[in-house]
Structure formats: C-alpha cells, structure tokens
Write a protein that binds this ligand. Sequence first.
Ligand code: IPM
Ligand code: MG
Length: 357
Amino acid sequence: MSHYKVAIIKGDGIGPEVIDEAKKVLDAVSYAHHFTLDYHDYLLGGAAIDRVGVPLPDETLKGCMQSQAILLGAVGGEKWDSLESHLRPEAGLLGLRKALDVYANLRPAVVYDELIDASTLKPEVIRGTDIMVVRELTGGIYFGQPRVKEENKALNTMIYTREEVRRVAKVAFEIAMGRKKRVCSIDKANVLEVSQMWREEVNALAKEYPDVSLTHMYVDNAAMQLIRNPKQFDVIVTGNLFGDILSDEASMLSGSIGLLPSASLGSQVALYEPIHGSAPDIAKQGIANPIATIASAAMMLRHSFKQEEAAKSIENAIIKALKQGYRTPDIASFGAKNLCSTDDMGSLIADLVSKGE
Ligand code: IPM
Ligand code: MG
C-alpha cells in the first residue's frame, strides 16, 4: 500500500472550512483506492502572524519541503491589511511559492454543463469551454527587484530571464500535447521589452513541438477574447501578473470562482490550492463552496501521486453532486434542488466517492 505525506495549510477566512471538506473526500478516496495519506498541519498567512508573528514560519517551510505535496486553503483578510507588504499574509504565500520554486501554476477553467446557467455569459458562448491556464508563478513583477515605496513615488520591476520563460512554456507545450495541441502565449509585446523576449523564447521552444500550433495574443485583446469566444483557447501560457488577472476572469466562465482548483508545479514538492481567496466576509457561516479545494485535492492525486483513477473518481463525484442539484449559495440560483452547506457538499462528494459512482 502506498503512503503519502501531505502538508496541510488551512490558512485564513474560509480556508479551514474548505480544507476540512477536502480532507473528508481524500479520506474516502484513499480508502477506496487503497493508499494512505499522512497529514501534517502548518501555519501560514494571517494565522501564522497571529500565532508566531511572521507570515511564513521556518517550521512551515521545512515541513512543506519534507512533504510529498501541499494542500492549501487560502490566506489573507482585512485584519492584516494595514501591515507592511513583507509582513502581510500574502507575503507568506508568495514566499512559500518562491521557496518551493513552483514556477508553473496550472489553472483549469472548465464549464460544467450542469452549471451552464451559473455563468453571467450566454450558454452558447461558454458551453464546452475547457481551458488550461499555465501561469508563471515565481517571477515577473511579483518578485522583481528593485521594489520601492517612498513618500511620493513607488515602483516595481517586471523581470524575466530566458530560462524562466522557457521552463514554464515547456510545461504549457507538454500539457498541450495531451490536449488539443494548441498553445496561446499572452503578453504585451507591443509595449514591454520583457514581453518581446518572452515571445522570442516561446517561439524558439515551439520548434521542439512541431505538432503544437502556437499563437500569440496581447493581454488586452486576450481579456476581451476570453469573454467573446472562450472556446478558441486550449492552453494559455502567460506571466505572473497577467495570469493572475486572466485566471480570475476565466473562472467566471465556469460560473463561480468557488469551483476552480490549481496546481503549482516545480522540480520538487508541488502545491495545490483553490484559485479563490480567503473570503473573510463569508467565513465561519458554513456557506463557502468547497468544490475548488476538493478539485485541487484531485489535482494533487493526479500530479504528485500519479493516482489518476482516484483523481477521476473525485472529479466524477463533483459532477454527480452538481447533476443531483446540490448547490452551495454561491451557485444556488442555478438549478438548485438541494441548497446545501459547505459541510453537506463535502460529505456528499465523499459519499459518492465511497460508492465509486
Ligand atoms: C492568487 C492570489 C494571490 C496572487 C494573492 C493572494 C497573493 O490572487 O493566487 O491568484 O496574486 O497570486
Ligand atoms: Mg489571484
């Protein structure tokens, strides 16, 4: 029997609630598929600031490095908003991503047929949408030096090295090979030198993938095209900041940001988290949608543990729960027969997984 060591970071806001549901589902799936998961909890973000005074404690980093995968809820909240940037909860998350060198952030945006009416867009525009956004996660303007905040001026720096572009583009091309073999690289090469180099590097790599068709798009046009005709996209590859923005936009194709998972991959241990934030306004009310975190756990089984069948059984159970009309409030007005709580949704998906349905 296989055993996997998983670092759990509940974080802030709705983080603990959605993680509890993901664990419930993982327990069910590991039992059904004959492997065991050994969880260890670590502090990050606001929870860490409150307990030990820093957003990314050494113990967390060490524990994560010694695990085989990390499952994270969400960090941040108004309570810590007035802190200096390097002491904020978000600095903990960014520091963790950087230290783990998880440079490729996979953010699938899939439209579930069952929720076709949950999107603000017309059904005929979004039906069948299946996009994989590959966002560069450990470089670009998020991390570039210098970064300065003075009385009358502030600045950040967008830097990419050719190697950073190449390695994330490689992930995108590899993924495209297993999909519709289309990559769209998104940049702002009409204005930014960093984007011009990004484009050169992606073009150079494309020569190694003759079966993949590569297109380039400026980020402003891409933001428009995602809404106009999302089905034109298969795999998108883009930098850190553009990817942050476009993946939130893509999430609304699916109806709710509460549905979309992510995997952050590098050369060592990978990190799995929902793409949504900590939503402190709805925390502790039992109304958060746990699906994004549960789907992130499925990605963990697939990418880190190569448990494809187990991953699929979670994804099937999510679809089944939606088919049966179970809805948390964020997606409630769309075909809800059974309005349910965070806890109900987790239990239901766990049940469906156990039954192997
Ligand atoms: C995300 C979030 C983070 C980011 C924040 C919380 C730092 O928006 O994961 O998309 O900007 O990367
Ligand atoms: Mg974001």
